[in-house]
Design a binder for this molecule. Structure first.
Ligand code: SF4
Ligand code: SF4
Length: 378
């Protein structure tokens, strides 16, 4: 990865920052963050105000991709958040560290919350419903190509696949069986660490990395099959240090990470009669290149896929949901509205990121179903 230089205030990041695009507020841009960070004492701002302003970031990484100086908004924000932890990070830490207990409890409590309350409580009922949603009837039958023989593999289910959408994980494991993969001994992975990192919980992130690497080594370094785009990005970001400097092991880890869609894309597809007339693909900010999720969806939707809009962020934003829920909602609603602008009621929005599914299902009108592509496969 290229070394960052210094922000030259060129403004190229403004073209892609979803916070700026939706609000028009210059103070939320990556350029403003780097400008303020470069000042010895930010004029007229207390350090606390500066950190909370600069901390308003969705972690989408779009500024990083568009910056000629290789400046990274998410890295700056993660470092700032790690230096000024507060109750938001404590709550986010609890949310990520005890999903088996806290998520069902939050879902049960949210049933009593009126939707008219302010964010984040106002939309909590819909958000929890989205987290624990059920798949609609499937409309494409996929028979994977037998690609492997005696190759050991494990599914990395991610927090959502582990604690809320076990049905996704069950389907994914069946597809793995169909590919001829042999399941390595069952073991539990921790969170990929990405969400801890963007929240500035760097100790937690390092512990998650260590736990996952140790777990993978303990079962003889199998292939890791992944169906969530953000988990894939989080796992790809592990560094050589996470492997104690062992380059061979690090390379083995990197080559063991496989998006499930990349293995299914040349499978045999039968379309069922209930396929919707229109399908919309939401491209997650963290989608890899090439985007196998899109390739798979193109294959099963054929001419029913609406033109893909590649520059939309769902606004999930991790810990920012707690710090600035209104901003997250504003970006989410704008994304949902743009995605469905030319769609008729009954269209389905499909994506490959668990967080995008939850955020878009929360902010899309009830006329549209939003789900993971696993939802509609048989
Ligand atoms: S962060 Fe990069 S793209 Fe944005 S203003 Fe600075 S140099 Fe330009
Ligand atoms: S990561 Fe995304 S939201 Fe954050 S500053 Fe960069 S472009 Fe804006």
């Amino acid at each position: 990865m290229a070394t960052p230089k210094a922000c030259v205030q060129c403004g190229k990041c403004l073209d892609v920052c979803p916070l700026f695009k939706v609000t028009g507020r210059e103070e939320l841009t990556p350029r403003a963050k780097f400008f303020l960070d470069g000042l010895d004492s930010p004029d007229g701002l207390s350090e606390k105000d500066f950190k909370s302003l600069a901390g308003l970031c969705l972690g989408c990484g779009r500024c990083e991709e568009n910056c000629p100086q290789n400046m990274s908004g998410p890295k700056l924000v993660s470092a700032l958040r790690s230096k000024s932890k507060d109750f938001k990070q404590t709550c986010w830490d609890l949310w990520l560290s005890h999903p088996g207990f806290i998520w069902p409890l939050a879902a049960a409590l949210s049933k009593f919350s009126p939707e008219s309350l302010p964010e984040p409580i106002g939309s909590s009922k819909k958000r929890m419903k989205s987290l624990f949603a059920k798949s609609p009837d499937s409309w494409a039958k996929l028979t994977p190509d037998l690609k492997f023989e005696d190759r050991k593999a494990l599914l990395f289910k991610g927090c959502v696949g582990n604690y809320a959408r076990e049905d996704w994980a069950i389907k994914a494991e069946r597809f793995m069986d169909g590919l001829g993969l042999v399941r390595a001994p069952e073991c539990d992975f921790a969170c990929c660490g990405s969400s801890y990192g963007s929240a500035g919980l760097l100790d937690r992130q390092a512990k998650a990395h260590k736990f996952n690497v140790d777990t993978w080594k303990a079962v003889d370094c199998p292939l890791l099959i992944i169906f969530c785009t953000t988990c894939l990005k989080g796992l790809k970001e592990y560094s050589l240090d996470d492997f104690g400097g062992d380059e061979d092991l690090f390379d083995k880890w990197q080559s063991s990470l496989m998006p499930l869609s990349s293995l299914l894309v040349d499978g045999d597809i039968t379309i069922l009669e209930n396929r919707p007339n229109q399908v919309i693909y939401h491209k997650p900010c963290h989608a890899p290149v090439p985007d196998y999720d899109l390739q798979l969806i193109e294959k099963i939707t054929e001419d029913r896929l609406l033109p893909v809009q590649k520059d939309l962020c769902c606004g999930f934003g991790g810990v920012m949901q707690l710090g600035a829920p209104d901003l997250s909602k504003q970006v989410g609603e704008s994304c949902a509205e743009t995605l469905t602008k030319n769609a008729h009621a009954g269209a389905q929005i499909l994506t490959g990121c668990s967080a995008c599914v939850i955020q878009l299902a929360t902010h899309t009108k009830n006329d549209f179903f939003t789900g993971h592509w696993l939802d509609i496969l048989e």
